[in-house]
Design a protein around this ligand. Structure first.
Ligand code: RP5
Length: 168
């Protein structure tokens, strides 16, 4: 487990090959000062390790779990089936199907076990972290203020980009 003290968010991934995508989530969490841990486990290659993680996460004080996986991506759903914590899934482009396989495997959960599924790849990883920040900000005034500032900055960036448009 790669972690800071008392991680509020677990960033889980199915393979070390998922790290370049999931780093987008870690970068956002760090920028917001949200303590996170990174955990590598596989629904298929290490099912017992996955179950031990999922069943223990809430008791360790984790509040939100972000899960990135590619191919037949069952990791987010398997974790969601074994914890009451909110689970956010990030489908990863790891096969010839370019992430569509992982998207469908992650999003098509049976009723009863929700996985909040984001877009495929880096935008999904970034949004997973921002969604986790939004959840945590519900009970954290300082984080809420940071989130508001982030959203306002995005709007200012669009205005600046509009001003800088060079039309032919
Ligand atoms: C999934 O299989 C992982 O999440 C990864 O996206 C994909 C390929 O894994 P590697 O073969 O690169 O380890 O379980």
């Amino acid at each position: 487990m790669k972690e800071k003290k008392h991680p509020a968010v677990s960033v889980v991934m199915g393979s070390d090959s998922d790290l370049p995508v999931m780093e987008e989530a870690i970068t956002i969490l760090n920028a917001f000062g949200v303590p996170c841990e990174v955990f590598l486990t596989s629904a298929h290659r290490s099912p017992e390790r996955t179950a031990a993680f999922a069943t223990g996460a809430a008791a360790r004080g984790v509040k939100v779990v972000i899960v990135g996986a590619g191919a037949a991506a069952h990791l987010a759903g398997v974790i969601a089936s074994q914890t009451p914590l909110p689970v956010i899934g990030v489908p990863i482009d790891a096969t010839a199907l370019k992430g569509l396989d992982a998207l469908l495997a992650t999003v098509q959960m049976p009723g009863g076990i929700p996985v909040a599924t984001m877009a495929i790849g880096k935008p999904g990883a970034k949004n997973a972290a921002l969604f986790a920040v939004r959840l945590l900000a519900l009970a954290d005034k300082k984080l809420h203020e940071k989130l508001k500032a982030y959203i306002e900055q995005m709007a200012r960036d669009i205005e600046r980009k509009h001003e800088n448009l060079k039309l032919g």
